[in-house]
Design a protein around this ligand. Structure first.
Ligand SMILES: Nc1ncnc2c1ncn2[C@@H]1O[C@H](COP(=O)(O)OP(=O)(O)O)[C@@H](O)[C@H]1O
Ligand SMILES: [Mg+2]
Length: 397
């Protein structure tokens, strides 16, 4: 079983790269599913399919070739399949609160429902061994980060809130009925949540197992895009997911020598070098800007050849996490595997939320999550083969 996430900023080429990887994996004989998590679905367009065909398919996997399927989620269908009781309660609640019925139904689609539905599918496909490979065409960065945080949030909710809430509602219902005109959820609602969680069991381990799941960040060599990619890199690490490649897309080919593009070429070269510094040891897979839009099977096949060359796209290009952020005794500790490093050569500084680590000529920029960036003291300690950087002090102490 192999799962690969394709994530990155909007418009950088996530859908194209995910679809191209799917084409190659299917041609290698693997039963492959490319799933879209972006509400602005474009998988069907990239395969040049009739959108109506897909709509009629009601959000189920749609067969492209012998071994290749695509799936674009349809939240309305998912509500019928997975969310009936929860949606009914919420829309009822909003309706009694004075909202128009149609609007209430619309609003009762909570953020996260679509993502959880997708996780349910992944878990079900893995349990039933329906596919060999699942490729996820993610939504732009912010939303995909919310997606990967869902299993953790749910676990927290189930442990800390759910049972208490259920008991409270049971106790309070008779009283609430008398004084309060807002309906409280009945036990079906809680059962539905419990059932969803049961069906999600194991998906978090699956996503954090580098033997199964890796993340590929798609980027372009532009300053703004790199910033966002760095951020995504840090956060995926934070959620213990293994990033095994950065696909650097839309690089101007060397034969484009027109003076008009001179600044673009210079900027791209600088940003490519920076990217190597930022993401080392994760390999950067460069991809040229094509002469035209990438649409249709053959075009995607050409793109997969550009991305992976003769390599197997299902390989793990990195087997170990570049770093881990852990919380120990109230302090955050960033642990990097850096064998052979000598303390005297280490130089640490923090500038606007970014940690700059210099070891001789080696330099790494690590964008820190907010709660860590606000710390005032940074200390490094070597515990071969790791370098541990501890953050303390600041507003929280
Ligand atoms: N290397 C490339 N050369 C030319 N066009 C590209 C390349 N990569 C992506 N595109 C085009 O850029 C547009 C956006 O790509 P898409 O994969 O939809 O991005 P995303 O999913 O990240 O929003 C599409 O029209 C696609 O054909
Ligand atoms: Mg897309």
């Amino acid at each position: 079983m192999r799962i690969i996430f394709f994530a990155g900023k909007g418009g950088v080429g996530k859908t194209s790269v995910a679809a191209a990887t799917g084409v190659r994996a299917a041609e290698m004989g693997k039963r492959t599913l490319v799933m879209s998590l972006d509400v602005a679905h474009s998988l069907a367009d990239i395969f040049d399919l009739d959108k109506e065909l897909l709509d009629r398919n009601q959000g189920r996997p749609f067969k492209i070739t012998d071994n290749l399927w695509i799936q674009e989620m349809d939240i309305q269908e998912e509500i019928g399949r997975n969310w009936r009781q929860i949606h009914d309660y919420l829309s009822g609640l909003l309706n009694t609160s004075g909202l128009d019925e149609v609007l209430a139904e619309e609003i009762a689609i909570l953020p996260g429902m679509e993502e959880i539905s997708l996780l349910l599918y992944i878990n079900q496909y893995v349990r039933r061994r329906r596919f060999d490979v699942i490729l996820l065409d993610c939504a732009p960065t912010g939303e995909s980060l919310r997606f990967i945080s869902i299993p953790t949030t749910l676990e927290w909710y189930m442990k800390k809130v759910f049972r208490l809430q259920r008991t409270l509602v049971k106790v309070a219902r008779p009283l609430a009925k008398r004084f309060y005109d807002v309906p409280l959820p009945d036990d079906d609602y809680f059962k539905a949540i419990e059932d969803l969680c049961e069906r999600l069991k194991g998906v978090d381990q699956l996503l954090c197992d580098p033997g199964v799941t890796t993340v590929r960040l798609v980027a372009t060599p532009e300053k703004v895009v790199l910033k966002e990619t760095q951020r995504a890199f840090m956060y995926f690490c934070l959620y213990k997911m293994c990033i095994d490649a950065v696909i650097m897309n839309r690089i101007l080919p060397s034969r484009v020598t027109d003076a008009y593009f001179q600044d673009w070429r210079r900027g791209q070269a600088i940003n490519l070098r920076k990217a190597e510094e930022y993401f080392h040891p994760v390999p950067i897979l460069p991809v040229n800007l094509f002469g035209s839009e990438i649409v249709g099977y053959e075009s995607l096949k050409a793109l997969s050849a550009r991305i992976y060359g003769p390599a197997d796209p299902l390989d793990r290009f990195v087997t170990e996490d570049p770093y881990r952020l852990i919380k120990q005794d109230g302090h955050y500790c960033l642990r990097l595997k850096l064998p052979f490093v000598v303390k005297e050569n280490i130089d640490l500084s923090m500038i606007s939320g970014e940690l700059i680590l210099r070891i001789g000529s080696y330099k790494r920029h690590i964008l820190l999550p907010k709660q860590v960036a606000s710390r005032t003291s940074v200390k490094a300690k070597i515990e071969e083969p790791y370098l541990n950087i501890t953050f303390s002090g600041g507003a929280h102490e």
